[in-house]
Design a protein around this ligand. Structure first.
Ligand SMILES: NC(=O)c1ccc[n+]([C@@H]2O[C@H](COP(=O)([O-])OP(=O)(O)OC[C@H]3O[C@@H](n4cnc5c(N)ncnc54)[C@H](OP(=O)(O)O)[C@@H]3O)[C@@H](O)[C@H]2O)c1
Length: 248
């Protein structure tokens, strides 16, 4: 699917969906710049890769020095060669509702789940940073399309991201760059485990009833991500794919 000169920057590569995307892209032949905050988890993921020599770990907290993000992405391209892909999976979950809405928390949440992805995209879509034919992929959420009670800010930020992806896809198409959005339903990751811990024991069982094929595994999202990032998806852009085991 990829060759070793196709380098893909994967954010959130230390955990859950981002980790699975990084491992899948390596398994399919790419070189991966794997970004996360936690060095130990990044190293564990690197060791799980089938070709660890094609995995480069990079530590960065995207909420620190946000304005520098586009410059940082261009710097990665200078150091490692033009990027073929950017798969952005880093993000935060949040269970909330209107009753507890507050500006400070809303701004922080939109920073990590909306502004950070756009700053990364801005760096990646610079012609100095990305290769013709390559692709940008955002992991949004099914909440972007089917918002439910308890996903006020989370659903809104992911919906904004999905809308932005569509707009960006039209902006960068003349450069031959594709833009994809994946919107998973519930996937068993540490983020989901934290949501279950905060919502109580019945939450998982209640949610499971809505999933004919059960909850997803990170690998279920990763195979689709790798396909969309690859040249095999050369005629697909601007779409938001909901992956949810028959839930919606
Ligand atoms: N799990 C689900 O059910 C589900 C469903 C739909 C969409 N999603 C979306 O999928 C994406 C990945 O979620 P996940 O379930 O895989 O979560 P996860 O296992 O908690 O992983 C989150 C990743 O994001 C990174 N991250 C968080 N804040 C960061 C920051 N400020 N700077 C840099 N990296 C940061 C974490 O890095 P460290 O580990 O190094 O701290 C980690 O690698 C998220 O955007 C989430 O909204 C998840």
């Amino acid at each position: 699917m990829f060759t070793a000169d196709q380098t893909i920057l994967v954010t959130g590569a230390s955990s859950g969906i981002g980790r699975a995307i990084a491992l899948e892209c390596i398994a399919r032949g790419a070189r991966v710049l794997a970004c996360g905050r936690n060095a130990q988890r990044l190293e564990q993921a690197r060791q799980a890769a089938c070709a660890p020599e094609r995995w480069t770990s990079i530590q960065r907290d995207f909420l620190t020095d946000m304005k520098d993000i586009p410059h940082w992405v261009r710097g990665l391209a200078r150091e490692h060669g033009k990027l073929w892909g950017l798969a952005h999976a880093a993000g935060e979950g949040l269970m909330d509702c209107l009753q507890v809405y507050g500006l400070e928390r809303a701004r922080r949440h939109f920073d990590i789940n909306f502004h950070v992805p756009l700053l990364l995209a801005q760096g990646f879509c610079d012609r100095r940073a990305s290769a013709r034919g390559g692709a940008l992929l955002f992991v949004a959420s099914a909440s972007a399309v089917f918002p439910e009670k308890g996903h006020l800010l989370y659903g809104a930020a992911k919906a904004a991201l999905a809308a932005a992806a569509k707009s960006i896809s039209q902006e960068v198409a003349p450069r031959g760059v594709r833009v994809h959005c994946l919107s998973p339903g519930i996937v068993d990751t540490p983020m989901e485990a934290a949501a279950e811990a905060s919502m109580g024991a019945e939450y998982r069982q209640n949610q499971l009833q809505g999933y004919p094929l059960g909850f997803g595994r990170p690998e279920d999202v990763a195979v689709m991500a790798a396909f969309l990032l690859s040249g095999q998806a050369a005629w697909i852009t601007g779409q938001n794919f909901v992956l949810a085991g028959g839930r919606y």
